[in-house]
Design a protein around this ligand. Structure first.
Ligand code: F0G
Length: 454
């Protein structure tokens, strides 16, 4: 059918709404002072546009809410588990399904079984919690993303790809020390960038050749599959569900934070082709998460995941979802606000170092921007730079992660109008000084003070 419209609309009607907090600029200034200029310490009732994360912030569908009402809350052998297990099996092709309360719980279980001191686990980039779970067991999490994945201006279509030549060399050098190999799709740490099917096939072949089990981190598998459909030669005519199925078929198992592409507020799972680890994983699961047919969740959560995992592969939804980040990035760029290129799936990353060149990294340009975005626009976003990583930071980024199906185009247009003023006055922005530094994970609780002129 001929396409008449250029605008990609929200492919849903709204049935339930909640009011948008609209504090004044003066009120926001006051909240900032009280929170020590740390947005993690601002209550959400004061935030107009909450872009802190896309995790667990989804608006669920009427069908998901309806399914929750028929949840079978039996301790063992619940009907809701059977439904959830069937959906995950059909989607992934993996027989063994273990629910967990979120992604990091899946990671903790898998690595408790596999990771020992001296071992190494390669991936494109490990997400923070994945790395932390591997490293607290004495093993090493190794990032082997392609060089383009580290260059914010490179327009490579699959910047989440793993460097296959380095992976092959790494597997040869570390024989007997690699308990599993991974890929994160999409690659969150690298900016929500996709991994191509060709690259997943290449990594699978290398892992197979070396006898290494291949585990995918699939929390944004649907966004990744749609990027493949849009960008990878020969994939345009394929249903996105087929692309997702092939992705899963190439690996031996997966871990998923359902708080992203299962369109729910809580949940996760492990799914595996082979039964070898399953009994031991289930025993560990009982220690911390609960019985294997609920894994730290209520049955109603399993019901919502079962519906979400089907809905997320609706192509009109995915077209709209990726249009959101593309729209915001292009408009910001047109206003002179540089972002990591090309925009990823779930978030836009503003390059605060190039946008505010007059603020040196020691004065936290990313945090200065985060504070100004809240003060002038009511946006809550997250610094990924010198506040988060200290002197190890190579970039000064500000992440706007978009909750799924929560904000509309008029919200985004309203924000963009406000950004014009911010651009006009950007030279007046000043850096920040850290007045309280906690001993670890300092970005969550650090406190700041704005630096004044002179
Ligand atoms: N893997 C990836 C790629 C993630 O992005 C996350 C979470 C996890 C694993 C852990 O899942 O939160 O359910 O325990 N990312 C969130 C974010 C927190 O804001 O990017 P979880």
């Amino acid at each position: 059918m001929e396409k008449k419209h250029r605008t990609i609309i929200e492919p849903f009607k709204i049935k339930v709404v909640e009011p948008l907090p609209l504090p004044s600029r003066e009120e926001r200034e006051e909240y900032l002072r009280k929170a020590g200029y740390n947005l993690f310490l601002v209550p959400s009732r004061e935030v107009t546009f909450d872009f802190l994360t896309d995790s667990g912030t989804t608006a669920m569908s009427a069908e998901q809410w309806g399914a929750m009402m028929v949840g079978d809350e039996s301790y063992a052998g619940s009907r809701s588990f059977e439904k959830f297990e069937k959906v995950v099996r059909e989607l992934t092709g993996y027989s063994h399904v273990i629910p967990t309360h979120q992604g990091r719980a899946a990671e903790k279980l898998v690595f408790s079984l596999l990771a020992k001191p001296g071992m190494k686990i390669p991936s494109n980039n490990h997400f923070d919690t994945t790395r932390a779970n591997i490293e607290q067991l004495g093993a090493e999490a190794v990032d082997l993303v392609i060089a383009e994945g580290k260059d914010p201006q490179s327009r490579h279509p699959f910047k989440g790809n793993i460097d296959l030549a380095r992976l092959e060399a790494f597997c040869q050098e570390n024989q007997g020390k690699i308990p599993c190999g991974m890929l994160t799709i999409t690659n969150n740490t690298g900016g929500g960038q996709p991994v191509s099917l060709e690259n997943i096939r290449g990594a699978a072949a290398i892992y197979r050749k070396h006898g290494i089990p291949f585990i995918l981190d699939v929390c944004r598998f649907a966004e990744n599959s749609y990027f493949i459909k849009m960008r990878e030669p020969g994939q345009q005519e394929r249903p996105v569900r087929d692309i997702a199925r092939e992705t899963f078929a190439l690996a031996d198992g997966c871990m998923m934070s359902a708080k992203k592409d299962a369109l729910v507020n809580i949940g996760g799972f492990i799914a595996l082709k082979d039964p070898a680890w399953v009994d031991r994983l289930r025993s560990l699961l009982i220690l911390t998460e609960g019985f294997p047919t609920y894994g730290g969740l209520a049955a109603r959560d399993l019901e919502a995941m079962a519906v979400g995992l089907i809905d997320v592969l609706e192509e009109s939804y995915l077209e709209y979802r990726l249009a959101v980040t593309r729209y915001m990035a292009e408009k910001l760029n047109r206003l002179g606000i540089p972002t990591v290129q090309p925009p990823g799936g779930h978030a836009v990353y503003i390059d605060a170092k190039s946008f505010l060149p007059h603020i040196p990294p020691a004065q936290f340009p990313g945090q200065a921007l985060v504070v100004e975005l809240f003060r002038s626009e009511g946006i809550r976003s997250c610094e990924i730079g010198s506040v988060m990583f200290g002197k190890a930071a190579t970039m000064e980024l500000v992440r706007w992660a978009f909750p799924r199906r929560v904000y509309t185009q008029s919200h985004f247009d309203y924000i963009l109008e406000g950004m014009e003023d911010l651009v006009a006055n950007k030279d007046r922005l000043r850096g920040m000084r850290m007045t309280y530094e906690p001993p670890f994970l300092r970005h969550f609780t650090a406190r700041f003070e704005p630096l004044l002129d002179g």
